[in-house]
Design a protein around this ligand. Structure first.
Ligand code: UDP
Length: 253
């Protein structure tokens, strides 16, 4: 069999050419990075968990009419996705102050925000993904006004869906990041949720104990990242109740 063509390799994922035009295969690696890749480690099983979790969230979003790039999972580490033209912005939604917002504005971590706040960060590693305003987005042509309106509305729908899902399993959705891409159906362009949704790109706190169940476990050296992600997956029913051996993964059908 011919080797697949690699289209792109990022910090946590690889994209390969898909089997049909307009599709890609997204491969989830075990690599974890933080602080703009200054901190790096390999965490056994993380890619398997994120593939499963992203499938779960994206399938749920598709089923309530929030369009995403997800088509189907292929195997433990790979999923088939629609190829999109990624908008060069990270869209962050916050329900509770944490991370860079707490630092920037001096708001104590854990403070509930008066309403969900949507922020845009320019995807640019050299600049450390700076926060940008909607004025910047329009003036520099990263997206148009209609795109911005659509991105905010998509992001808020994702927030409502994910917050509810998490609340149901005793987890508070503090904040999350999504990426959004364009697809064309003939002359008609629309925006869909792309990339991944996983504990790598969310802050998830246990409602009872405040325990962190997301990538902050790695960023802040709070324990075993795979254990935290396994707990999220287990609560959501994404893993069999008996748990899964993540260091020596077995085939899941
Ligand atoms: N986030 C992400 N990728 C990034 C930056 C942020 O997935 O490159 C997520 C992060 O996990 C958190 C939310 O976006 O859920 C807000 O992150 P924040 O701006 O607080 O930055 P951080 O403290 O992670 O540097």
């Amino acid at each position: 069999m011919a080797r697949r063509k690699k289209v792109y390799e990022g910090k946590a994922k690889i994209l390969y050419e898909g089997p049909e035009p307009g599709t890609l295969v997204q491969y989830f690696k075990d690599d974890a990075t933080a602080f703009n890749a200054e901190k790096h480690a390999t965490i056994d099983g993380k890619g398997v968990l994120n593939n499963r979790l992203s499938e779960f969230f994206m399938t749920g979003l598709n089923s309530i009419g929030v369009p995403t790039h997800f088509i189907r999972r292929i195997n433990m580490r790979e999923q088939l996705i629609r190829a999109v033209e990624i908008i060069p912005l990270e869209v962050v939604v916050r329900n509770i102050a944490a991370g860079s917002m707490s630092k920037r504005l001096g708001i104590e971590e854990g403070t509930a925000l008066p309403r969900p706040i949507v922020e845009f960060y320019l995807k640019n590693d050299e600049l450390g993904d700076p926060l940008v305003s909607e004025e910047h987005v329009i003036a520099f042509g990263w997206a148009g006004q209609q795109d911005l309106d659509d991105m905010v509305s998509l992001a808020l729908r994702v927030n409502d869906f994910l917050s509810g899902l998490m609340l149901g399993v005793g987890i508070r959705l503090v904040d999350f990041k999504i990426e959004i891409g364009r697809i064309w159906d003939g002359d008609y362009m629309r925006l869909i949720v792309a990339d991944e949704i996983s504990p790598d790109s969310c802050r998830l706190w246990d409602i009872e104990t405040g325990q962190k169940l997301d990538k902050d476990v790695f960023r802040r050296d709070l324990g075993d990242l795979a254990d935290a992600y396994t707990e999220v997956a287990r609560r959501l029913g994404v893993l069999p109740k008996s748990g899964m051996q993540v260091s020596k993964p077995t085939l899941i059908n």
